[in-house]
Design a protein around this ligand. Sequence first.
Ligand SMILES: *Cc1c(COP(=O)(O)O)cnc(C)c1O
Length: 244
Amino acid sequence: MSDVRKMQLADNLARVEDRISTACAKAGRARDEVTLIVVTKTYPASDVRLLAELGVRQVAENRDQEAAPKAAECADLSLTWHFVGQLQTNKVRSVARYAGIVQSIDRPRLATALSKEAVRSGRELGCLIQVALDADSGETGRTTGDRGGVAPEGVAELADTIAGSQGLRLDGLMTVAPLAGPYAGRQRAAFERLMEISSDLRANHPAATMVSAGMSADLEDAVAAGATHVRIGTAVLGVRPRLG
Ligand SMILES: *Cc1c(COP(=O)(O)O)cnc(C)c1O
């Protein structure tokens, strides 16, 4: 059974790898400019283990209730865990124990809470600011929608907060292609907008070079725009049994 699953995952990984290399070649980018993060939400720790055997080093989860036990079961593997879901401050203590990078920071309070827990646990946490492009309409720094994220106008201030917080390392930006607003259905344009915001950010924070964008359906658009990290779930693990 696990042999069959492993072959299936290997096959899917090869297909995704092929898509990423093709997209890099088309964009005139080197393959190693783009890192694959496999989003393992709703799939068991046994799949994470198989993925690790197949060479995956970066995995992502979006709910602490699910991620915490899974990360604990996989503690012997050399994996970096990315947290990509909306994060309540009461989950911060748990997330700070296993996450290497939190990709979904969208408010100063969250940065403050993460900083406190990073210091407490003696770890340095990588931080990405989640940008909500459905809010790109000039309303300053307002969080919108149910997917989280700060409006582009709020990025600079949040970046300064993170950069000034003990235990936190500002690594860059993340976005999810918006379902509403001016970029709905225009993934490529959305990711290009994210790249512009990233270059503004890097003017003040040159080390914040990560740009996490692109999922199973739109990784080509993300690579073409300049993303450094793609977050792939379905195309590697299969269609999820439930919403997650
Ligand atoms: C689930 C999820 C992904 C992966 O989506 P797929 O379409 O399954 O590749 C990427 N990013 C975030 C934030 C997610 O929640």
